[in-house]
Design a protein. Structure first.
Length: 115
């Protein structure tokens, strides 16, 4: 095998084998929580995502997941992602993440303090 071809193959393999990091707290929760069976595991996922994304859910812009390929609303996302999740804590966290990513920025936000 040619040295350059081997280098490209090794780089491609390393890229595919590396664990993907979620873009933000909300996507981290939605990647890891669906199907969670108990509240202890749900809390552990919350701690892992919080460590990976220190800004928390507040750092995720409201409606950041909206677009052609995303869900139309927070409730639609929640129904799909939390439907098979037995843990109430996980379902609540999924709902929080879904609302943050897919609900529109509401009129109440005009009263938020500006930085």
């Amino acid at each position: 095998m040619h040295p350059i071809t081997g280098s490209i193959a090794a780089l491609l393999l390393a890229t595919l084998a590396a664990p993907a990091l979620a873009a933000n707290m909300a996507t981290c929760l939605l990647d890891k929580l669906p199907g969670t069976q108990n509240d202890v595991a749900a809390q552990a996922v919350f701690q892992v995502c919080s460590a990976e994304h220190p800004g928390g859910i507040q750092a995720v812009p409201q409606g950041d997941g909206r677009g052609m390929l995303g869900f139309k609303s927070g409730p639609e996302c929640t129904a799909k992602k939390a439907g098979d999740t037995r843990s109430n804590r996980a379902a609540e966290l999924i709902g929080m993440a879904c609302r943050r990513l897919y609900d529109e920025d509401g009129p109440w936000n005009q009263y938020k303090a500006k930085p």
